[in-house]
Design a protein around this ligand. Sequence first.
Ligand code: 5GP
Ligand code: MG
Length: 180
Amino acid sequence: MDKDIEQILLTEEQIQNRIRELGEVLTAEYADKNPVIVGVLKGVVVFYADMVRRIKVPCQMDFMWLSSYSGANSTGKMLVRQDVTADIAGRHVLILEDIFDTGNSLEFTVNHLKEKNPASIKICTLLDKPERRRPGVTLQADYVGFTIPNAFVVGYGLDYNEKYRNLPYVGILKPEVYTK
Ligand code: 5GP
Ligand code: MG
């Protein structure tokens, strides 16, 4: 897999250091709040596993799985493939995401969870690509691991055709990989 990577954008060490820093902030923020930490599958799994172990407060772990279909007439329409199982009414919810790109999936996730009347919702995303935001998206992440340029990245949970999720770093693919 490494041979398909053109450039390592974030090393394993950079990612782990940043997660440790975010962990201190989130530990302070969620002390005594017993948050429900919601991961958006599947891209978040690697970040989720590392991040949640640095948030040193009692918490509940839960997941949502979205599917989007971008057929000819329905670009970007999202569906809930798997909903959270916790009753989040009155609870403090922390959403963990792999990447904040156009914002479609986070906007959908936040609106979906808000209907369940949580006490609060905050967003922590490992990566933010602000240049790619769809015009009209006003949502902002409360906690960002790294702001990155407008490039397609893989690794650390992020895939290209379901491959590369288990790379321990975030990298940019060689252009020829797309044309294979
Ligand atoms: P959105 O465009 O809704 O903000 O992001 C939707 C999803 O697209 C992300 O959760 C992620 O799974 C995928 N995505 C967006 N940008 C990238 C990228 O650079 N690399 C990979 N592998 N997936 C991405
Ligand atoms: Mg995702």
